[in-house]
Design a protein. Structure first.
Ligand SMILES: [Zn+2]
Length: 456
């Protein structure tokens, strides 16, 4: 058992001072005392907050973040991004995936994310190759110390109506029966803070008759495992779904699949009021990725109404155009402000602090979506936490109850000093022990792949 002392922090739903946290087996919090000073010789850390779960990541996309910010005359607006994505996807070996994911996960930890949902769709067809790709992700998580919910993706078709996948989608596919085999082999490899979940790429990529079998296989392994799917990200997809099924994507999902608290609907950008009310009633989490959704021009999720009826949401860095939970939350709130011509939109019913509401809701929603016992500093939860540097000018004028508002809306540069995952410090004084070595490997590899894109 370890004891950690903090000057103050957010414990459960309230602020407390002079905190002593007891951490036991598996990194779980066994006891929380307040009004307790550290004995001489024991360090007292500054302000403690629950760390943020990152519920949606495609690790390899980090490697081309920033390379698709141009338009070629005559091409569609989406072309430069998709072209970069297929180029990098085609160069992903297990070693490349491990190098990129390791660097990415260190960046995430330093930004305040303690856990990641890796929506992993690079399989290279055969189960041995798929396994090597998944192992690369698992190795990256283990060597950097981030908690992983691994979500190998089922991807079978390129559009509604079972349109066959095209050549550039080949790395995303599995041969017949191999997705089930992959789940069965991976399940026992994910222990401790790591776990397996089920993942459907989208309604475009998974025919209706494939859902039941995959859910059945997952339930035999773990009937509490999270289930993720991309849905209703762009209007084109909504229109194609209506044409093919007569229903909108979220409407179809609610009518045809057992959507409940295990499910995480990634994006869900284009939803009617009936749809978002339906999602809220089922207790599913909406996985919002505001920086990526803004970068891709997807649209704005109606978070104000959804949140007002108790809808659950979390955040993900998705394409990794930004790796900063504060920026995701700011953009989420600012999208609501700009579209409603109002300030402080996302707060608890009856009002309150926006920054605190956003951080608390997204930590809890993210924890549910990843199926991880985190999201709050409380007895029985895992000790996944961040410590803020109170000497940062960001906090000069803040009382304790204003800390999260300043952190989310002002916090530049990053005022996180330390990060703990499952009771272990993984970032200390703003540094990860492996960052120099891992970033050097990353820079070398990504530079080489990018150079090939210029030659092509
Ligand atoms: Zn995604």
């Amino acid at each position: 058992m370890q004891k950690h002392y903090f000057k103050d922090g957010l414990i459960g739903a309230g602020w407390a001072s002079d905190i002593c946290m007891h951490v036991g087996a598996g990194g779980l919090i066994t006891k929380l005392e307040t009004g307790v000073k550290a004995p001489s010789g024991a360090p007292t850390h500054a302000t403690v907050l629950p760390a943020m779960p990152n519920l949606h990541s495609h690790a390899f996309q980090r490697a081309f973040a920033g390379l698709a910010e141009f338009r070629t005359p005559g091409e569609s607006d989406f072309w430069s991004w998709r072209n970069a994505m297929y180029h990098f996807a085609a160069h992903m070996t297990p070693e490349a995936v491990e190098v990129i994911a390791s660097a990415l996960y260190i960046e995430m930890l330093k930004a305040g994310y303690s856990a990641v949902g890796e929506f992993h769709y690079l399989h290279n067809s055969h189960v041995d190759q798929a396994l090597a790709m998944s192992d690369a992700i698992i190795t990256a998580a283990k060597q950097t110390g981030i908690a992983l919910t691994h979500l190998p993706v089922l991807y079978q078709t390129s559009d509604f109506g079972s349109v066959p996948a095209n050549k550039s989608q080949a790395p995303f596919l599995h041969a017949d029966g191999e997705y089930d085999r992959l789940l069965k082999i991976l399940a026992p490899r994910l222990k401790g803070p790591h776990r397996l979940g089920l993942c459907f790429h989208s309604l475009r990529a998974v025919p209706e008759d494939a859902f039941d079998a995959a859910i059945g296989t997952m339930n035999e392994l773990d009937d509490t495992a999270p289930i993720h799917i991309h849905v209703a990200e762009q209007m084109r997809e909504v229109e194609a779904c209506v044409k093919a099924t007569g229903k909108r994507p979220v409407e179809w999902l609610l009518n045809n699949q057992p959507v409940d608290e295990r499910w995480c609907l990634i994006h869900a950008t284009h939803v009617t009021e009936d749809e978002w009310r339906g999602v809220a009633e089922r207790g599913a989490v909406v996985g919002l990725c505001p920086a990526t959704e803004a970068n891709l021009g997807d649209g704005i999720f109606p978070a104000a109404g959804f949140s007002a009826v108790g809808g659950r949401f979390g955040i993900g860095s998705d394409s990794h155009i930004s790796i900063d939970p504060r920026e995701e939350l700011r953009l989420l709130e600012y999208g609501q402000r700009l579209s409603r011509h109002a300030r402080t939109v996302l707060t608890a019913s009856g009002g309150g602090h926006t920054g605190e509401f956003l951080w608390s809701q997204a930590t809890k929603g993210g924890a549910q979506a990843l199926g991880q016992p985190i999201g709050e500093i409380a007895v029985g939860r895992r000790a996944d936490l961040i410590v803020l540097d109170r000497t940062s000018p960001t906090f000069a004028a803040s009382t304790l109850s204003q800390m999260l508002d300043a952190f989310v809306f002002v916090g530049q540069p990053n005022p996180i000093s330390d990060v703990m995952v499952a009771g272990e410090w993984v970032v200390k004084a703003g540094r990860h022990a492996k960052e120099e070595h891992v970033f050097a490997r990353y820079n070398d590899l990504v530079g080489r792949i990018a150079a090939k894109m210029e030659d092509a």
